[in-house]
Structure formats: structure tokens, C-alpha cells
Design a protein around this ligand. Structure first.
Ligand SMILES: [Zn+2]
Length: 282
């Protein structure tokens, strides 16, 4: 989190608000966030914002002078547009883009880790930048028709769908929703997908992400809230009844995330082993 739907709504809201707005000045208070030095951040000063868009889970601010600002929010970043400048007391600030009328576009990061990053790139360097060049096809709005071929691998679906080099945009939250929607086991191997299952999975990807974005269109407004209202039905809902069949949702806990599923709909009634527990017992 944030994943494709959260980044998409952020890009849409910022694009509407920032097109043709001139950048007054820039500042990177999060020393570790800015990963490039040539061109310098100040190359953006005085340039006009041409648009804001999404590539995979990244945000791209297209700026005049053939410059691009590539941003990865990682797990706890937000790109927010405020009517007032923060001053330097906001410790969550990683990058400030100052705009006319005292407005400020602010990359903030919550929590203790500094993981969110920013790269300022010249035109042709965006497509060849590693984070972009290694991405698989976009999961939305039109994932590859032959999903079975794309996922042909001995790895489990839960891993494959989150691998940005395989398919771009899906992470730990939405993968649970998608696999539940498709009634597929998170541990089913890509190789073992039948044509019908691959087709159900493709439909589930499109419909699930579509639904999330439609929801955000209704409820997410500028400045972009600190906490986005994720419309999740299964992920982190273990212990609650499955919204489809009423069976109690189960979960497998990993060190830093949780995988939630419905045993009746997805694993043939089998409750999967808790990885955290089984590791402790070894
Ligand atoms: Zn169910």
C-alpha cells in the first residue's frame, strides 16, 4: 500500500489540479529520498507542470524542459497538495514542490522507515530507468489477454501477481481481493492455471481494480488524505465471515504482511499453515 488504485487516484487528482502550474521552488528535506543529482532538483524551478500520471505503482510528474519526476511512495508515502506551505517542521516531508499562491505539493512519509524515493530524470531517461524498464505489463485497465502465458511459472499466484516484473501495479492488499474474487488459491502455481481459471483471474483483476478506483473517485479529494479509505473485503478481514459464502476468513501471517483468504471458495476447505507459527516451531 499504496498500490495501483491508490496511485491512480492520486495521479488523477493531482493532474486535474496541477496542469500548467508553474513550479516556484523545490526542496528535499528528506535527505535520503532524492536518488539523483544530475539534473539537479533545482532544474525544476521555474518550469511548468505538464501533467501527473501513473506507471505501475509509481507517480510521474511531467515537467517542462523535458524533465520528469519519478516517485515511488513505497509502503507509507503520500503525495499531497496543500493550500499552505508546511514550513520545515513537518518531519514527514521528503520533497516539497512550491507553487504559486502559497500552495505546496508535498511528498510525505509516515512511520519510521525512509523508503519513499524520488528521481529527477531527463526525457529519454525515464523509459530506460531501471524501476520503469523492468516493469511487466500494466495490470489495469487492460492486462494481457493471454494471462496464462504471462503467469507460466512454478511460482504461486500470490507471489507472481505481486511481482512488478511480471505484472505491474498489484501489491499485498489487492492481491488478496483479486484471488478471492477469482476463487483461486494463493498457493496455486502459475503453471497449473487452466484457461478458464486464467480468464476468471483476468476478469477479477480488471473488476477489482476498477471497483477500487470507482470508489476512490467518490471519496478521495485533495489534498489526498493521510489514510486512504481502502474498500477491502478480504485482506486483513480474517476471523470475519466471507462476504460471499459466510465461511470464516482465514489468514497466513508472514513477518511483515498477512495473506487473507476464504478456505471454502479458494483452497477446497483447507486451512493453510500459519508460516509464522510453523517457523517458530522449527
Ligand atoms: Zn467464501
Amino acid at each position: 500500500m499504496p498500490e495501483l488504485p491508490e496511485v491512480e487516484i492520486t495521479a488523477r487528482r493531482l493532474d486535474e489540479a496541477l496542469k500548467d502550474v508553474e513550479i516556484e521552488s523545490t526542496l528535499a528535506p528528506g535527505l535520503n529520498a532524492l536518488k539523483t543529482f544530475d539534473p539537479p532538483l533545482h532544474a525544476l524551478d521555474g518550469q511548468t507542470i505538464e501533467g501527473v500520471r501513473r506507471i505501475g505503482k509509481h507517480l510521474v510528474i511531467d515537467v517542462g524542459g523535458d524533465l520528469h519526476v519519478l516517485i515511488h511512495l513505497m509502503s507509507a508515502g503520500r503525495l499531497q497538495l496543500f493550500d499552505k506551505r508546511a514550513g520545515l517542521r513537518d518531519r514527514t516531508s521528503r520533497l516539497l514542490i512550491r507553487l504559486p499562491e502559497d500552495r505546496e505539493l508535498r511528498l510525505r512519509e509516515f512511520g519510521t522507515k525512509q523508503a519513499a524515493w524520488v528521481k529527477v530524470l531527463r526525457g529519454p531517461d525515464l523509459a530506460t530507468e531501471d524501476a520503469v524498464a523492468t516493469l511487466g505489463p500494466e495490470a489495469w485497465p487492460d492486462p494481457p489477454a493471454d494471462l496464462a502465458a504471462l503467469l507460466k511459472s512454478p511460482r504461486p499466484l500470490h507471489t507472481l501477481l505481486r511481482d512488478q516484473r511480471t505484472i505491474a501495479g498489484i501489491g499485498r492488499s489487492w492481491v488478496d481481493e483479486i484471488l478471492w474474487q477469482a476463487e483461486l488459491s494463493p498457493f496455486k502455481r502459475g503453471n497449473d492455471l487452466t484457461e478458464d481459471e486464467a480468464s476468471a483471474l483476468r476478469t477479477a483483476i480488471v473488476e477489482t481494480l476498477d471497483g477500487a478506483i470507482r470508489h476512490y473517485e467518490e471519496v478521495v479529494h485533495l489534498p489526498i488524505p493521510d489514510k486512504l479509505p481502502l474498500p477491502l473485503q478480504v485482506h486483513r478481514h480474517q476471523g470475519e465471515p466471507c462476504p460471499r459464502c459466510g465461511t470464516t476468513l482465514e489468514a497466513v501471517f508472514y513477518e511483515d504482511y498477512v495473506m487473507s483468504y476464504c478456505p471454502k471458495d479458494q483452497t477446497g476447505g483447507k486451512v493453510l499453515k500459519d508460516r509464522r507459527l510453523s517457523r517458530l516451531l522449527k
